[in-house]
Design a protein around this ligand. Structure first.
Ligand SMILES: [Zn+2]
Length: 89
């Protein structure tokens, strides 16, 4: 799936964004119901250093994966192509 999973705490509104495929794999490994409505109940507002409020249950949504635009590589000029053709003669 070409989207990240955004998990929002229903109580304090804290959010986390996870790679959807990793979360799906985790749910499958634990044989958890990954249905959209059931999955939210598996999350707890936890976080490192007790930054979360501890509430269970979260709102889930999908967010597009932000990608840096690819830079255009330099392209051979007409002169380059002519020089190449000359070398092959
Ligand atoms: Zn919370």
């Amino acid at each position: 799936m070409d989207a990240n999973l955004k998990v929002t705490c229903r109580v304090c509104g804290r959010t986390g964004v996870f790679p959807t495929r990793d979360i799906v794999a985790y749910f499958r490994a634990r044989s958890w119901n990954s249905a959209w409505t059931a999955a939210g109940e598996r999350f707890r507002c936890d976080g490192i250093g007790a930054e979360g409020c501890g509430a269970r249950g979260a709102h889930l949504s999908l967010v597009p994966i932000a990608r840096a635009p690819a830079m255009e590589p330099p392209r051979p000029t007409a002169r380059d192509l002519r020089a190449e053709a000359d070398r092959r003669r």
